[in-house]
Design a protein around this ligand. Structure first.
Ligand code: PGA
Length: 248
């Protein structure tokens, strides 16, 4: 593991033209056109973006992947093999918006993780508590329950992203102490339950932007960032990536 990883999660935003324009702007700068930077674009634009990014070091990521492994009658689904086929390096798995709006549970997420790994796509498992769960003092149990699928994976690399639900798209950022607490907890949990933690990157996500990126990325056990809103603006995303590039 070397350097920080920053992935921009575009969510359900952009159009064909604006997606290409944003990708081109990122390719134009050394801070974003490098190893350790990725964009998670809408599925419908991934293939065209793969062509645009070809030969660059900027990585392409999907925002989701099917829990079904093999080709077949699964209308609307995009398999891990399809993502690999067009050159996706990463796939987000279990983003809180997927858990909330699509009822994704641990059983489905484990299948997604397995499928991605088997296809050679690195899954980014997103975990995080709601405000209610935090205020009830249950956040560590919730995160542990979300991590519980990881010991089932016997091989392959994956990334974990800690994203407190209450800090996503709200402008509310977790304090550095809160971030440090959870990242240490996740690393410790991995050490105890998987037997190793140094190979697993743990990203922070939730209102990461130009103004706070450096402090968050410099926090202990933070190996990178998952950036939503600020990744839709090339200048803001570049500042986040520049901050990441300065740190090891
Ligand atoms: P945000 O989203 O940066 O807009 O808060 C982060 C995410 O959901 O990945």
């Amino acid at each position: 593991m070397s350097g920080k990883l920053v992935i921009g999660n575009w969510k359900m935003n952009t159009r064909a033209d604006s997606a290409q324009a944003l990708a081109s702007a990122l390719l134009d700068h050394a801070a974003t056109n490098r190893e350790g930077v990725g964009i998670a674009a809408p599925a419908v634009y991934l293939a065209a973006l793969a062509q645009t990014l070809k030969g660059s070091r900027l990585a392409l990521s999907a925002q989701d992947v099917s829990r079904f492994a093999a080709d077949g009658a699964y209308t609307g689904e995009t398999s891990a093999a399809m993502l690999a086929d067009i050159g996706c390096r990463y796939a987000l798995v279990g983003h809180s918006e997927r858990r909330q709006y699509f009822g994704e549970d641990n059983a489905a997420l484990l299948q997604k993780m397995r499928n991605a790994i088997a296809a050679g796509v690195t899954p980014v498992l997103c975990v995080g508590e709601t405000l209610e769960q935090r205020e009830a003092g249950q956040y560590l149990q919730i995160i542990a329950a979300q991590l519980a699928i990881l010991p089932e994976l016997t091989d392959g690399d994956y990334v974990i992203a800690y994203e407190p639900v209450w800090a996503i798209g709200t402008g509310k950022v977790a304090t550095l102490e809160q971030i440090a607490e959870i990242h240490a907890f996740i690393k410790n949990w991995c050490l105890q339950n998987i037997g190793s933690s140094d190979k697993i990157r743990v990203l922070y996500g939730g209102s990461v932007k130009a103004e706070n990126a450096e402090a968050i990325l410099a926090t202990e056990n933070v190996d990178g960032a998952l950036v939503g809103g600020a990744s839709l603006d090339a200048d803001s995303f570049r500042v986040v990536c520049q901050a990441a590039g300065k740190l090891i």
